[in-house]
Write a protein that binds this ligand. Structure first.
Ligand code: MGD
Ligand code: MGD
Ligand code: MO
Length: 734
């Protein structure tokens, strides 16, 4: 830290910790308790901030911050609150905590998904730490990011660790970014390595219904595809590679099981599933909207470029048939022998642990029941109208839930309303106070989720409290998020009020491992974890970052390739055919990979002929930054639509349109563009839900249109699979 006492200006290093896909190193100039400048640090070229990082102070320190605890006074969801003291707030939480535990049992308490604070010390884990010594809580598995791929990849590889370190990409001859848009979504330092690869001549292809921002950023080629049809393209590519004998015979024979069965499927002759349909490019072109010639060329190029990396983003698996997208990518990587080598890519979930990282110690949860995270609204409904939440809904650890969720703790998350599917349904469930009886939310702003809470607590932002930060997904560093300014109003880091609740419950010792403030506790966790050669806590705080020296590159499944290890699957090989999945006997999850038409796939409804996808826009981290007017202007909510579809509906650029289906309706200006294929529309996810008196979402929050139906195997969120219709909205005739 550079303390220049003569001018009263300090440059303080820090690191971003929102769930934005990356971690940027920031140098903040603070003067007299105010931030006067914020910039990146050229010493860390792969951690330079994007526009979101450079806006943290503008977004987080504005006049719209919550400053006191607020208690609901109107009906739930009405948005009427009045201020109360912290003492009253803590006493109310304690009272409800005990009442609900004693009336309905510990499993009626649930901590909602929410990753506004992605750091070692975060409210979500802290709340669980307090619930566990107090009888426990209903837990969840999966997440909203990678439900299908994280759930499905282990069926094939035995692990989600199918990713290599990105530095291996400079060995690639061809990179396919499939449903992947790192120019906006970042994925740690992926763009840094993709740019390097590109500079040395690697070809890059992007497969996406939209000509996404990565295409231009990398001078890549774009192949437009109809959403949910990717695995048809994968099948046809496999067909070409197989028939033209371009595949890696040794790899599929020695390291995989089930390609014989998969080839039979391609020929329409899979035993038990003889559909007589040949999965050739002609077949796939009609499903995907991609020409036969393009499919053939893509297949040949991928098979012949050695090594080649087929990298899947998460956009292709946030779909109703997202499990098949995952399986198809892995199948192609294996077919071409691109697994276990530098410059190849095994596809699938793509997790890659490069170094050991510190974590919050978590006591065991006495409650064993765990729901798929996407199904929490159904868990609220459990027991109502004979609706039972059980194993069919994805419950694990118990046969059925004894009780619905009665207490919801929603910290640093906007899932309660905004980021979860089918907002109208969620609102209805939450507005009936006989279901969930107490909702507490801690946030910086009066978000749509906060509005649907009973008690809203003002939290400190990343600029107002210290924390230790780990990579978003892959990386060989630790960061420190430094407190720069004093907390706004009466805002408090979640630890502080949870600690007081713990004291009321007589659990303070268990809750905080004997500590009474989170800074000393965080330091103790770090010191416990730290190896001798690493910086002390104070040194880490001062430098704002520690990069592990000489981290070796990671090549996923390298040892399986050389034969030193087997794959951690039942057969020890990559399970292209899965006995376990065959035994499920589920028509949407066949025994081998392959295209399965999605409910709400293209052409499945006459009433709603257009597909609608979302994406993660550069201008926001989910819903974070929506209140930043500058960013909102720069990245406005728009409906991407092909001119062909616009003309058919009499729409011109900039027209206000209604986008609707049976679940809801939103208003949004139209952007007619060739950068999206015909039949498909797109709206960036994450706008703050707000309605007019007719219930239309006037901010174009896409989850007013998305479905609560989960994907068949993972019970994941298919939030990119939607069918809609669009019509011109005329203000004057309303
Ligand atoms: N700017 C920004 N970056 C972020 C985030 C953010 O909110 N904002 N969030 C972070 C988080 S938590 C996550 S999980 C990741 C999300 O990362 P992803 O899930 O990969 O991001 P998406 O934008 O949803 O999808 C990537 C691309 O897939 C395309 N796509 C959608 N459907 C299909 C399809 O059926 N087939 C094909 N081929 N393409 C399709 C979309 O148009 C989009 O360009 O991003 C992280 N990075
Ligand atoms: N339709 C559709 N829906 C989606 C997605 C999609 O692609 N399409 N993507 C999904 C994905 S991948 C994800 S990960 C989820 C994300 O879901 P969430 O994690 O709920 O999304 P965020 O908008 O990041 O919510 C973070 C919240 O934390 C608050 N916050 C920020 N900093 C702090 C802090 O320091 N302290 C506290 N207490 N609060 C803070 C913010 O104001 C915000 O309300 O959304 C999912 N929802
Ligand atoms: Mo995510």
């Amino acid at each position: 830290m550079d303390k220049n006492n003569t001018t009263n200006e300090h440059i303080i290093p820090t690191m971003g910790r929102t769930n934005c896909g990356g971690r940027c190193r920031l140098l903040i100039t603070e003067k007299d308790g105010k931030i006067i400048d914020m910039k990146g640090d050229p010493a860390y070229p792969d951690k330079m901030p994007c526009i979101r990082g450079l806006n943290y102070h503008k977004t987080f320190l504005g006049a719209d911050r919550l400053t006191t605890p607020l208690i609901r006074i109107g009906k739930r969801g009405e948005g009427k609150f009045e201020p109360i003291s912290w003492k009253e707030a803590v006493d109310l939480i304690t009272k409800e905590w005990i009442r609900i535990r004693d009336t309905y049992g510990p499993a009626s308490r649930y901590v909602n998904y929410g990753w506004g604070v992605e750091a070692l010390m975060n409210g979500t884990n802290l709340a669980k730490r307090l619930l566990r010594p107090d009888g426990g809580h209903l837990d969840y598995y999966n997440n909203y990011s990678t439900a299908c791929t994280s759930y499905t990849t282990p069926y094939l590889y035995g692990t989600t660790q199918s990713g290599s370190s990105f530095d291996t990409l400079i060995d690639s001859k061809l990179i396919i970014l499939w449903a992947h848009n790192p120019a906006e979504t970042r994925f740690d330092n992926l763009m840094y390595w993709l740019r390097k690869a590109k500079r040395q001549g690697t070809e890059i292809i992007v497969i996406d219904p939209r000509r996404n921002a990565t295409v231009d950023a990398l001078g890549a080629e774009w192949i437009g595809i109809k959403p949910t049809t990717d695995s048809a393209l994968m099948d046809a590519m496999a067909y070409v590679i197989w028939k033209e004998d371009l595949y890696d015979h040794d790899f599929i024979k020695e390291k995989c099981i089930g390609f014989d069965r998969y080839f039979a499927y391609l020929d329409g002759k899979e035993p038990g599933r003889e559909d007589e349909i040949i999965k050739n490019p002609f077949w796939a072109s009609r499903i995907t909207g991609i020409s036969e010639e393009t499919i053939e060329n893509l297949a040949r190029r991928y098979a012949l470029a050695k090594p080649a990396a087929l990298m899947q983003g998460y956009g292709g698996q946030r779909h109703m048939n997202g499990e098949q997208f995952t399986r198809g990518g892995i199948m192609l990587a294996c077919l071409t022998g691109n697994v276990g080598i530098s410059g190849g890519w095994a596809s699938g979930a793509g997790q890659c642990s490069m170094v050991d990282l510190p974590s919050m110690p978590m006591p065991e949860n006495p409650v064993k029941a765990s729901i798929p995270v996407f199904m929490w609204t159904d868990a609220v409904l459990n027991g109502q109208n004979q609706k039972i939440f059980g194993t069919a809904e994805g419950l694990i650890g118990a046969e059925r839930l004894d009780c619905g969720i009665k207490m919801l703790i929603n910290l640093a998350g906007n899932i309660l309303i905004n980021q979860h599917s089918d907002i109208n349904r969620t609102k209805k469930i939450l507005e009936d106070e006989s279901f969930c009886e107490f909702i507490v939310c801690s946030d910086l702003f009066m978000t749509p989720s906060a509005k649907h809470s009973d008690l809203v607590l003002p939290a400190t932002s990343m600029l107002e409290s210290d924390n230790i930060v780990t990579p978003w997904n892959q990386g060989d560093f630790l960061g420190f998020c430094n407190k720069i300014v004093e907390p706004v109003g009466e805002s408090r880091f979640e630890f502080e009020w949870l600690y007081e609740v713990a004291q009321n419950l007589g659990l303070a010792e268990e809750f905080a491992c004997g500590h009474s403030d989170y800074n000393t506790w965080m330091k103790a966790i770090y010191e416990d974890y730290r190896e001798k050669q690493m910086p002390s806590y104070e040194e880490l705080k001062e430098a704002g970052i520690y990069v592990f020296p000489n981290t070796p590159k990671v090549i996923a499944f390298e040892k399986q390739r050389t034969g030193e290890k087997t794959f951690p699957t039942p057969s020890g090989k990559v399970e292209i055919y899965s006995k376990e999945l065959e035994d499920l006997n589920h028509p949407a999850i066949p025994a081998v990979p392959g295209y399965v038409e999605a409910e709400e796939g293209p052409g499945t409804s006459q009433k709603y002929p257009l597909q609608l996808i979302g994406w993660h826009t550069l201008g926001r981290a989910h819903s974070v930054h929506f209140n930043n007017e500058e960013l909102k202007k720069k990245y406005p909510q728009q409906l991407w639509m092909n001119p062909e579809d616009g003309q058919a509906r009499g729409l011109k650029n900039g027209d206000m349109a209604e986008v609707f289906n049976d679940r809801g309706c939103l208003l949004v200006p139209v952007l007619l563009t060739d950068e999206i294929i015909p039949g498909v529309t797109a709206i960036a996810q994450g706008a703050w839900h707000r309605t007019d008196e007719d219930g239309r979402d006037v901010e174009a929050s896409i989850n007013i249109l998305t479905t609560q139906k989960p994907t068949p195997l993972a019970k994941g969120n298919p939030q990119h699979t939607n069918l809609v219709e669009v019509r011109k909205f005329n203000f004057h005739s309303q």
